[in-house]
Ligand binder design. Structure first.
Ligand SMILES: [Zn+2]
Ligand SMILES: [Zn+2]
Length: 302
């Protein structure tokens, strides 16, 4: 059903399917969930300035697999970990540099980068849910700093929750306020409804900053992956908003500035280790004395 949309959104659905599969057997992403940085400003999302250590080989191979789904791209020309880090940080300028170096269309690499980051971000949302503050007043995601893609109105009381299109986190902020520019003046906030008369859908707009966000009424809250799928399959609503001069901000909600480093195997340990290891690598013409065992130590004391 979701596939009836434009060819472009079909290509993205293919990437999303791959990301979902990767997330489902993603023990390595669970293992990469970082400890939040201790010294964060009060308005900083949980992942701000986090040091994320991933299994380098597996992470690179995941990004390469995704790149292969775009026929015009040579996966060897893109540094997978650099793309992952830039995407998690929502740093489009850095992604554009990678795109230029790899001869890829920048917009395609931006979208692909976001897809590549999904398994990691979703694992972080699951693993760090307890770190979220009980109340969050900002317009951007309390976990990953992205702007919400949809406002969902759930249950009989139509409780409004904003949902992140990356990590899936949901949070509530007062009903009438623009998430992008904090406008609260009622006259400057409005909404568009689809002509077809789908009463579960609307587009919330702000006349002050010209920002828009989709809204949906649901029986129960959407699962994290359903938020992404919903966003991708309601592209006609985005088109309608864009045609009327509304847009979504180019800048990220909150720049994360986190770092992704790679966990290395034994080879690396040998490389950086002290003299004892280095001697082993050079060859054992003069085998070094082994480090003292506990028995030796005890004998020494006696
Ligand atoms: Zn998020
Ligand atoms: Zn606004």
């Amino acid at each position: 059903m979701a596939r009836r949309d434009t060819p472009e959104s079909e290509a993205w659905l293919g990437l999303l399917e791959a990301a979902l599969g990767e997330s489902e057997d993603g023990a390595m992403w669970e293992a990469a969930v970082p400890t939040p940085a201790a010294q964060r400003p009060i308005k900083a999302p949980v992942l701000s300035h986090a040091q994320i250590t991933v299994d380098g080989r597996a992470a690179r191979s995941w990004v390469r697999r995704l790149l292969k789904l775009i026929p015009t791209v040579n996966p060897r020309r893109i540094d997978g970990l650099a793309l992952l880090e830039a995407a998690v940080c929502h740093d489009d300028a850095r992604i554009d540099v990678l795109a230029a170096a790899g001869g890829v269309e920048p917009h395609a690499l931006r979208v692909l980068g976001q897809m590549a980051a999904l398994p990691l971000l979703q694992a972080c949302a699951r693993g760090l849910a307890s770190e979220l503050l009980a109340t969050w007043w900002e317009g951007y995601c309390p976990l990953c700093g992205a702007w919400p893609v949809v406002a969902e109105y759930t249950g009989l009381e139509r409780k409004r929750r904003l949902r992140c299109g990356r990590c899936g986190t949901g949070w509530a902020i007062p009903l009438l306020r623009c998430v992008f520019c904090d406008e609260t003046e009622h006259d400057n906030l409005g909404y568009l409804t689809p002509e077809a008369g789908d009463e579960t859908r609307k587009i919330e707009v702000c006349h002050t900053c010209k920002g828009y966000m989709k809204g949906v009424t649901t029986v129960r809250t959407l699962a994290p992956w359903a938020v992404l799928l919903d966003d991708l399959t309601t592209v006609p609503l985005d088109v309608a908003a864009l045609e009327r001069g509304y847009r979504r901000p180019e800048r990220p909600g909150y720049p994360l500035e986190c770092r992704i480093t790679e966990r290395r195997g034994w080879g690396r340990l040998v490389e950086v280790g002290g003299g004892w290891w280095r001697l082993l690598r050079r060859g054992l013409h003069h085998p070094p004395a082994p480090p003292p065992s506990s028995t030796d130590l005890r004998r020494g004391e006696a």
